[in-house]
Design a protein around this ligand. Structure first.
Ligand code: PEP
Ligand code: CO
Length: 463
């Protein structure tokens, strides 16, 4: 890798930088992080890479989801279980719909840092730094709490590791055992029709497993349980650098074949606000061997998109980069076709993923940030159609969701209205889909795929 080191990003202009007043504190936090073990292994990172290659080639689907801003307080049994179960349930629905394996990636175990539109805000007449995420400063509205505190970097590591530990332990203890998806527990808030549809899918999965058992192909544990990978926005480069390790490539037979891996998570992405071609974030990301994401919105030109791909993936590894598009329901049709055409002409084969959340945020007349279920669904449907028309594959969706019964996005079968938003509005950043809305969305997206499969079959039958 030309002129790249884990710290070469420091010579580039940086956006969303955090300025600490306690530079000794920063140094000791980073020294500590450098000595701690990786949170994930290179073998796991390579497994995800293999799966994402399949997604890029149209053979699998990726579901990525979780909180907008994870808090240290979310590191508890109930919240971790609720989120994981929701991802598992949604993935089961998507497997049934898209008829493809589903790769699950949580925005979990490290999704703390948030880019902000303004570094300062005024609350009750007092100007103070904006809340930038639990790994940087505190949410409490005082200038003291909002001062960036470097010890939070180490705390972020330990909260990530505790979350990941419970996630791994739950998976290995059978939380995701495909023989008992009904025990994954649908919340009591689910509407009867969703519940019934879900139970029908579960019956089919069980029948399939029984069949595999009968014919003797379920001896491998691999078919009975599932993998869940972790991800977050790689915003805090000091943190990411400190957890970057030079390690042997596990898929290579040569002992001298080593690369730098970001070991804070399996997958990290660059946000829409920090993807400048000559900026620090792109510089850091171009040197790591992990699969990476790039958020792309209406402000990136097709030419710059290809330049970015050339920079972060010069060898054109298939599926190395996931393009996470987030234009908004009213803008997607004027941007996505040109982006797809430019990428196709370039020869890159990325994973295309639709984030129907970040381009659809709006404020109610009372100033509450929300998103309309219908806009989210509309952007997803348009993304699927535009990709299909272009001969491209929409390989996944990227959602902000929670297993809690929050009231943050309006619409969906539950009919949440703007008036109802105040009931359980607990997000510290963007509005998330609740369990019911997330499952409903999974069913609707699964339905789009099934509609098309049926159309295809009809087409074949009518020839
Ligand atoms: C996010 O994913 O929470 C986010 C800030 O997204 P974007 O960079 O696309 O605005
Ligand atoms: Co967000």
């Amino acid at each position: 890798m030309d002129n790249w080191t884990p710290g070469s990003w420091k010579s580039k202009p940086i956006k969303q930088d955090v300025v600490y007043s306690d530079s000794d504190g920063v140094q000791s936090a980073l020294d500590k992080l450098q000595k701690l073990p990786p949170l994930v292994t290179t073998q796991e990172i390579h497994n995800l890479k293999k799966h994402l290659k399949n997604v890029a080639l149209g053979k699998a689907f990726v579901l990525q989801g979780g909180d907008c801003a994870e808090l240290f307080d979310y590191c508890n049994q109930d919240m971790i279980e609720a989120k994981v179960k929701l991802l598992l349930q949604m993935s089961l629905i998507l497997i049934w719909g898209a008829n493809k394996p589903v790769v699950r990636i949580g925005r979990i175990a490290g999704q703390f840092a948030k880019p902000r539109s303004s570094p300062m805000e005024t609350i009750n007449g007092i100007e103070m730094p904006s809340f930038r995420g639990d790994n940087i400063n505190g949410f409490a509205a005082t200038p003291e709490a909002r001062t960036p505190d470097p010890s939070r970097l180490v705390s972020a590591y330990f909260h990530s590791s505790a979350t990941l530990n419970y996630l791994r332990a739950s998976l290995s203890s059978g939380i995701a055992d495909l023989h008992s998806p009904l025990d994954w527990g649908l919340g009591h808030v689910i509407t009867p029709s969703i519940k019934e549809k879900y139970e029908r899918i579960v019956t089919r999965v069980k029948d399939a497993l029984r069949f595999m058992h009968t014919v003797g192909i379920d001896t491998d544990r691999g078919v009975e349980t599932v993998e869940v990978f972790t991800s977050h926005e790689g915003l805090l480069l000091e943190y990411e650098q400190s957890l970057t390790r030079l390690q042997r490539n596990p898929s290579s037979s040569s002992p001298s074949d080593s690369s730098h891996y970001a070991t804070s998570a399996h997958f990290i992405w660059i946000g829409d606000r920090t993807r400048q071609l000559d900026g620090a974030h792109v510089e850091f990301f171009r040197g790591i061997a992990n699969p990476i994401g790039l958020k792309i919105g209406p402000s990136i030109s097709p030419e710059d998109l290809v330049k970015l791909l050339d920079t972060v993936n010069p060898t054109r590894e298939i599926g190395k980069v996931t393009l996470i598009s987030r234009y908004g329901a009213s803008k997607i049709s004027s941007h996505l076709p040109a982006h797809i055409a430019a990428v196709q002409a370039s020869g890159h084969i990325p994973v295309w993923q639709c984030d129907p959340m970040h381009g659809n945020t709006q404020s109610t007349p009372l100033g509450i940030k929300t998103r309309h279920f219908s806009d989210i669904l509309s952007e997803l449907r348009q993304a699927l159609e535009i990709h299909r028309a272009a001969g491209s594959f929409l390989g996944g969706m990227h959602l902000e969701l929670t297993g809690e019964a929050v009231t943050e996005c309006v619409g969906g079968a539950g009919g949440l209205t703007e008036e109802g938003l105040g009931e359980r509005y607990t997000t510290f950043c963007d509005p998330r889909l609740n369990e019911k809305q997330a499952l409903e969305l999974a069913f609707l997206v699964a339905g789009f795929y099934r509609e098309w499969d049926e159309e295809k079959e009809e087409g074949v039958n009518s020839i």
